[in-house]
Design a binder for this molecule. Structure first.
Ligand code: F6R
Length: 607
């Protein structure tokens, strides 16, 4: 996810501080880097794609003059990772420089309006509209700060921004809405950054901007206002006591835990996708006689869940296929009438790309869902969607799994609406509930963040776990099991619950923990039978079920209660969260590093 650093120094050159600040944001992931500084009434901008140190050395960026500036590490969301799309972005005259983290949802409309007013755009980014909006406002002969404030009121979506211009050479203007931004003060000057570590060597006295707030940074300090009405906000300065390493993880002990807790935010991002892309993919999906969902690992389990959505809601015959098996299993039958939707966080998984190559050769329509702009998947897909989760550093996928599901749910619901195979009421209701999923996940984290660690203590000595679910919850069980395997190395099984009696039940004996995923819905009554079967063999039942579900609770040894009102079709998103936490805490309890499980790589680019 992009990193922002801005700074107004009382004295001295700002560029080396920007360099240091961005280096400390490197952990967020990036593909390009850029600085803008102001000196003697001139705006200097240098930027390119590549590693921070390489770009900074090559363009001699630490030599840039001036004591005020902004810097940016870009993690592409709109437009490929190349120089022209790197930040800072400027207006037509090169008088306003903007760095941005987030996604401007209405940028296409704004861009069109600005082009009609004569603005020329250099990049394919959403960010550039902000620079031109400010330029446009300044044509009304108002000061920079006022122009920034007015421009922000046009934006829909998420942003943290920082702006400088020689027309106001002693200030950085910055603001946030749903993307993080911290302001810091010291004897040396005033700072803003996406995250505390960037400024930690210069100051530990910080203020966290809240959504809808705008700050003016000057040499002597800062002022905060509300974007909506310009009213001044008083906020106490806090002293951060974190070490640099703690600060990078925002106080969480591991990146994985931080990423689990980021899910309400990443799910909201996944709900803010550009409508045009969703429409385009839905139109392609509608043309298919059959749909293959191709992916590996966790992404495959997102596809298993999604296959229920496409089949049940949109009545499109859907096959979730493990990438490495696709050519062998369906290579001869895939063809011009097939749609292949591949899902890959990295967009670089070898097996997935190989399967797609084959499908393209057979004239199938290839679509993609990925978290990585500019990845191979985006280049070979006819159309694709970027899920906007930001970089995932923990090797085990967590936030990217739930965001993949959020994207796939939206596609399935759109297709269902288009095809009219289920009632409009049902689609409306599911869409309404889908908007509530980030809040449900927030609630789950609040309810179980601590409790799961205690539950883990009871089960820390177990040598086998079994995960079972019916219908779409079979996918939740499979993904919950995968998290446990990856992180704790404890052998574990996962099956659709109805299948367990055809073999797996033989491993169940007195005391074996069996985890049941049982949201309320069509499969709820059958799962009771499955629980009874396991209980009869002495299993210890751990249920993840809706709060107040007395039947299930009565049959269980331990229960993780989930908020009421989550539709079964969307349940894998919130229901996986306690299972992620369970695997995480068990790994920690065993003294293992959850961020780097043995033998695993984040991106598997080999056969
Ligand atoms: C599991 C995990 C892996 C990946 C798999 C596919 O936690 O991270 O199983 O899901 O390697 O990776 P992508 O989605 O990048 O294709």
């Amino acid at each position: 996810m992009c990193g922002i650093f801005g700074c107004v120094l009382k004295d001295g050159k700002v560029a080396p501080l920007i360099h240091g600040g961005l280096k400390r944001l490197e952990y967020r992931g990036y593909d390009s880097v850029g600085f803008a500084t102001i000196d003697s009434g001139v705006l200097h901008v240098r930027k390119d794609s590549g590693k921070i140190d390489d770009v900074v050395d090559r363009l001699q960026m630490t030599e840039m003059p001036g004591s005020i500036g902004v810097g940016h590490t870009r993690w592409a969301t709109h437009g490929a990772p190349m120089m022209v799309n790197a930040h800072p972005h400027t207006d037509c005259e090169g008088r306003v420089a903007v760095v941005h983290n987030g996604v401007i949802e209405n940028f296409l409309e704004l861009k069109e309006e600005l082009i009609n007013k004569g603005h020329n755009f250099a990049s394919r980014t959403d960010t550039e509209v902000i620079a031109h909006l400010i330029e446009e406002e300044m044509r009304g002969d108002i000061e920079l700060g006022e122009a920034v404030l007015k421009s922000l009121r046009h934006l829909e979506g998420s942003y943290a921004v920082a702006v400088i211009s020689p027309s106001d050479p002693g200030r950085v203007y910055c603001a946030r809405n749903e993307s993080p931004l911290v302001v810091g003060v010291s004897e040396q000057g005033t700072f803003c950054a996406s995250d505390v570590p960037a400024m930690l060597p210069y100051t530990n006295r910080v203020v966290y901007l809240r959504n809808g707030e705008f700050a003016t940074l000057g040499r002597e300090g800062f002022e905060i206002k509300r974007i909506q009405d310009g009213s001044v906000v008083e906020r106490e300065i806090k002293e951060v006591t974190w070490t640099l390493e703690m600060a990078e993880k925002q106080g969480y002990s591991h990146f994985m835990l931080k990423e689990i807790y980021e899910q309400p935010m990443t799910l909201r991002n996944a709900l803010r996708l550009q409508r045009q892309y969703l429409d385009l993919l839905t139109a392609f999906l509608d043309r298919g006689k059959e749909l293959f969902l191709i992916a590996a690992g966790t992404s495959h389990y997102a596809c298993v869940a999604a296959s229920y959505m496409f089949s049940k809601l949109a009545r499109l015959t859907t096959y979730p296929v493990v990438s490495s098996e696709f050519v062998e299993q369906y290579g001869s039958s895939v063809g011009i009438d097939s749609v292949v939707l591949s899902v890959s966080q990295s967009g670089e998984t070898y097996d997935t790309l190989k399967a797609i190559d084959h499908a393209r050769m057979r004239a199938a329509t290839v679509l993609g869902v990925t978290n990585t702009v500019g990845s191979t998947l985006t280049r070979v897909s006819r159309a694709y969607i970027v899920q906007q989760s930001g970089p995932e550093i923990g090797v085990a996928a967590t936030k990217t799994f739930t965001a993949q599901l959020m994207v796939l749910s939206q596609l399935a619901l759109r297709l269902a609406r288009m095809r009219g195979k289920i009632s409009q009421d049902e689609v409306d209701d599911l869409e309404e509930k889908m908007q509530m999923i980030p809040d449900f996940v927030d609630k789950v984290l609040g309810m179980h963040g601590e409790g799961i660690a205690k539950l883990v203590q009871k089960y820390s000595g177990e040598r086998l776990f079994v995960y079972l679910g019916r219908g779409i919850s079979a996918a939740t069980a499979l993904e919950g099991r995968l998290k446990l395997l990856e992180l704790t190395y404890v052998p574990s099984l996962a099956y659709p619950a109805g299948e367990s009696k055809h073999g797996p039940i033989s491993v169940v004996e007195e005391g074996v923990p069996v985890v049941f995923i049982c949201p309320r819905g069509e499969t709820r009554k059958d799962i009771v039978g499955s629980i009874m079967e396991m209980k009869a063999r002495g299993a210890r039942i751990v249920s993840v079920c809706e709060e107040g579900d007395v039947d299930i609770i009565g049959l269980s040894d331990d229960v993780v209660e989930m908020p009421a009102g989550i539709p079964e079709m969307l349940s894998p998103i919130p229901y996986i969260v306690p299972l992620q936490l369970f695997a995480y805490h068990l790994a920690v309890q065993k003294g293992l590093d959850p961020d780097m499980p043995r033998n695993l790589a984040k991106s598997v680019t080999v056969p």
